[in-house]
Design a protein around this ligand. Structure first.
Ligand code: PMP
Length: 436
């Protein structure tokens, strides 16, 4: 008997699956693959210049030596650690805590570190935990990284945006927005932000703003979700502003760490530092332990093999990701300088084209005098061989409809020059015949 193949109506699936926010991540990750010849300013990927498969073997060996020499594991213990299911909160938590102390001045109990499948899982778990009821909402600086918006959609957690101005956000604006949201009957639980070279805006907060934000968070009783994948990639030498977490004396900050840019995204390892005390029925615990309960039903544990690889990499650099990234930092500096100089040379005097030079990171946002849509990206790829990301993916603000994000991390100066020529050709074409 032949049976009719089942067809599921999208209307019977969770509404988030049809939400544009959930299409963004795949669009951004895959568009470069569809146009391999194009110069791609689209994805915020790390440079591939230093990836070498032989490093993976060495990292693994380094980690195994650490297990035997430093931790006293016997052969069976090593086998179990690498091949078996592992501790829910992860196995490289001590190494991560050591890195945070060394590189960031963040002193935390390794028990407060939850190792996750990318920062994305950490973000999802934190949002899951914070959404206790229908009035709960999360605040996010707008433009916002799509990973936050998408995770919130999956959880039916509304995101209330705090629009950034051209130079970032003021803490008083955050306070006003929190109060506005409360006045509307909602309960703001946390503010999500990327304080260092944000994706997508490129903005960074100065130390004074960080301190004020912590004060606002305390006075208004919300948490800060600090996402920091780009903090090491500063153009200038010299000191970096401290992370919010390093300034946090009242456990206001849940720190979200990603090793995608500082190790490699193929490992899919990230983490949360969730040192908040949890009280009430069930006895005292750390927020990290509550998140671990949710994780045990999501990914069970972060693959120990992946943790061993990043663990080995950390160990080879004395526990410091800053040390591990010396060459990469130089590449990103060189690329960002090339991008900014190239923009200056081509567009400095062109009406309607504007940008703000970030002090580091991967991204520059360009204002242009025409709408920037996914269809325009396709057209730019086909006709001019250049790719970028419409800011529409990150913001509903009107201004975002005429902005594009350029990422320079995985290019080199010659490709950046070539890409900017191609972009200039597109802009010329559009400028001459603007589309409504
Ligand atoms: N947060 C932000 C703001 C990012 O831009 C990225 C990378 N696209 C991440 C987190 C990385 O997440 P993951 O560790 O899951 O790769």
């Amino acid at each position: 008997m032949t049976r009719t193949a089942v067809a599921l109506d999208r209307a019977d699936l969770h509404a988030s699956l049809a939400d544009p926010a959930l299409l963004s991540m795949t669009f951004l990750n895959e568009i470069a693959g569809r146009f391999p010849e194009a110069v791609s300013f689209a994805p915020g990927r790390p440079t591939e210049d230093f990836f070498d498969p032989s490093d993976l073997h060495r990292h693994l060996d380094t980690y195994i030596r650490h297990l035997t020499a430093d931790k006293g594991y016997d052969a069976a213990g090593v086998r179990r650690e690498l091949f078996q299911y592992g501790r829910t909160k992860g196995v490289v938590h001590e190494l991560i805590a050591r890195h945070l102390e060394r590189d960031e001045g963040i002193v935390c109990d390794p028990e407060a570190v939850l190792v996750t499948v990318g920062a994305q899982e950490a973000l999802w778990l934190v949002l899951r935990a914070l959404k206790a009821g229908p009035r709960d909402v999360v605040l996010a600086l707008d433009p916002t990284y799509v990973g936050l918006t998408g995770a919130a959609r999956l959880l039916d957690l509304p995101v209330r945006s705090v629009p950034e101005g051209p130079r970032g956000v003021r803490p008083e604006q955050v306070r006003e927005r929190i109060r506005e949201v409360r006045a509307a009957g909602e309960r703001p639980r946390a503010l999500y932000l990327v304080p260092d070279f944000s994706n997508p805006s490129g903005h960074s907060l100065d130390t004074g703003t960080r301190r004020e934000l912590l004060e606002v968070a305390e006075q208004e009783d919300v948490l800060l979700l600090e996402d920091n994948p780009y903090g090491y990639f500063r153009v200038a030498d010299g000191s970096r502003p401290p992370t919010l977490k390093a300034l946090d004396t009242g456990q206001r900050v849940v720190y979200l760490g990603s090793l995608s840019k500082t190790c490699f995204p193929g490992a899919r390892v990230g983490f949360a530092v969730a040192d908040q005390r949890v009280t009430g029925a069930g006895g005292p615990a750390l927020l990290a332990d509550e998140l671990a309960r949710a994780k045990s039903m999501l990914t069970v544990n972060t693959p120990p093999v992946a943790q061993a690889l990043v663990g080995g990499m950390l160990l080879e650099h004395g526990g410091s990701l800053l040390e591990a990234n010396r060459r990469q930092i130089d590449v990103y500096r060189r690329n960002l300088r090339a991008l900014l100089q190239g923009l200056q040379r081509r567009f400095a005097r062109m009406p309607g084209i504007r940008w703000i030079a970030p002090e580091g990171g991967f991204f520059v946002v360009l204002d242009v005098p025409f709408p920037v849509t996914d269809a325009l990206v396709e057209e730019a790829a086909v006709r001019h061989g250049v790719l970028f990301t419409p800011m529409r993916h990150f913001s509903d603000q009107e201004r975002a409809g005429r902005q594009l994000r350029l990422s320079c991390s995985s290019l080199d100066p010659a490709r950046i020059e070539d890409g900017l020529d191609r972009l200039a050709a597109l802009i010329d074409e559009r400028g001459a015949a603007p589309h409504a």
